[in-house]
Ligand binder design. Structure first.
Ligand code: AG3
Length: 287
């Protein structure tokens, strides 16, 4: 169990290893219908959102995660018009998607209305107006149920989940992956957050098998997110077309410059390099 007092937030997501953040100001704490939510201010990362004792996002480093989960698949695909986000209640993923003027419709399915409401109020910099964009259709519902029951198709599905403990667990299951893949339009892509392989290797191995059974091409790409401690975070990549993740930087750069978007982490070169996996992650796929 995590420790939270006036002085420190200590995350205990992992056994025997964890991160400590000073609580320079407690902004809000509430047990929502689904989770224990805390928002506090830290001198290094700015405002921090935690759910059930695990850091979800911070003003300081959220850009790495949100840029890499949106621009990599959008630029690799090249013609994304409709996106589905599962989770993402803080609005950071929606914000990055909506920066693409070519995006016509974004559906975001978040299970916890309180996360959306409290992040709008106490973490407005993360969504930065995304909730007011007319292209956004916010649905408060169980994401697994939504993909099982809807029959809309999407060019891109982004699974912006918590870790597979509590409400997020079902979002790492076979049935969920199968339903997501059946919601992909031809040429579509699904990306998932799969934790930090150095400490959460199982998440990579399980998703590789489970989502990999549903698509022709299953792979991962990586980026270091400081408050997801332990090294690279792994993002799952599923599509039916292996060529999508093997395009060169010049091709990606031509597309990216046409968007006019300026990023803080993402570049076309980083995009291409992110699919190069180190040997320890390759070993997880082989096991
Ligand atoms: N999705 C959170 C990923 C949490 C990963 N935690 C970890 N493995 N350290 C976050 C929501 C941001 N939109």
């Amino acid at each position: 169990h995590f420790v939270m007092n006036d002085i420190v937030f200590s995350e205990t997501l992992h056994k025997g290893y964890g991160q400590l953040l000073s609580v320079d100001r407690l902004i809000y704490r509430q047990k929502t219908d689904h989770q224990d939510l805390i928002i506090f201010e830290n001198q290094v990362f700015g405002r921090v959102l935690t759910l059930d004792g695990v850091v979800q996002t911070t003003e300081g480093d959220e850009y790495v995660y949100h840029e890499m989960m949106t621009h990599v698949p959008m630029m690799a695909h090249g013609a994304v018009r409709k996106v589905l986000i599962i989770g993402g209640g803080d609005g950071g993923m929606a914000r990055e998607c909506l920066r693409h003027e070519s995006l016509l419709a974004l559906t975001m399915v978040e299970i916890d209305q309180s996360v959306v409401d409290l992040c709008k109020t106490y973490l407005p910099a993360i969504s930065d107006g995304a909730f007011d964009d007319p292209r956004l259709n916010l649905v408060i519902a169980d994401g697994a149920r939504f993909v099982a029951e809807s029959d809309d198709k999407y060019d891109l599905i982004i699974v912006d989940s918590t870790d597979p403990i509590g409400p997020g667990e079902i979002l790492f299951g076979r049935a969920f992956y199968r339903d997501c893949v059946s919601r992909l339009a031809a040429g579509g892509v699904i990306v998932t957050q799969n934790g930090v392989p150095f400490v959460q290797g199982d998440e990579v191995t399980l998703t590789y098998r489970r989502l990999g059974d549903e698509v022709n091409d299953m792979w991962f790409y990586v980026a270091p997110v400081p408050t997801y401690q332990g090294g690279h975070m792994a993002f799952g990549w599923g599509s039916d077309n292996p060529a999508l993740r093997q395009q060169d930087a010049a091709t990606i750069a031509a597309r990216f410059s046409a968007t006019g978007i300026a990023c803080r982490y993402y570049t076309p070169e980083v995009h291409v390099a992110a699919f190069a996996l180190p040997a320890d992650i390759l070993k997880l796929l082989a096991d």
